[in-house]
Design a protein around this ligand. Sequence first.
Ligand code: OAD
Length: 246
Amino acid sequence: MEQLNDAVSWIRSNHPRRIAVLTGAGISAESGVPTFRGSGGLWKNFRAEDLATPEAFARDAALVWEWYEWRRSLVRDCAPNAAHTALARLAQHDELEVSVITQNVDGLHTRAGSIGTIELHGNLFRVRCTREETTQEATAPFPSLPPLCACGALLRPDIVWFGEALEPEDINRAVELISHADLLLIIGTSGLVYPAAGLMSSLQRGISMEINPDSTPLSTSCDFVIEETASRAVPVIVDAILEVAQ
Ligand code: OAD
């Protein structure tokens, strides 16, 4: 609580205008989307690292797709929570430059109304042809698994898997936005998966606030460590920023 008050005081004194936000699975936890690590993070005793890889897909595409269909069905039934909607509200202020950079593939920032969210790891509701590399939206459940493209090749989730490179355009943009930020909010990420976890080192003159009930490897580098859940702390931070925005 004290940390949250201190963060609010800093905002009131410093009027941050360029805000970069880096989010992870924890921001969607209160929407009912399980995080990857911690309780509820396993599916049939598999870890994400066992399934979210090109090797796992080459070995057993149906198994990998079964996991994604389970996640897609979970997320379809979830709604953005107070943290997602507060961030969307922030971005609507004309005088502020707000960018949301997420590791999440659940699309909840966009559903909450955040425009231009950088989805570093892709989106659960988009697929890619393994032969043609074309992508398409795919929101409805597939009648059978693994799904095939019209060309006959396997479709895969349009997700960046372990061992694959992020889109250079996304990572470059994220670095640029963070390097110019007055304030970086780091919300609900364990800070264990790179390159996303390394993005905070791009911060130049701005300050960082971590919002996470647990400490992470990023905590020691953050200026403010707010040990609260996202839905509790993010609306308070957003209200403070909006209150002092010109
Ligand atoms: P993790 O599951 O590793 O970490 C979730 C973090 O959220 C933890 O630090 C929790 O303490 C925190 N948390 C839990 N509940 C919270 C709440 N209500 N409010 C705020 N924080 C909360 O998720 P990520 O860091 O996003 O990649 O994981 C990074 C990547 O690893 C994911 O994008 C995914 C995964 O494997 C791929 O699938 C490619």
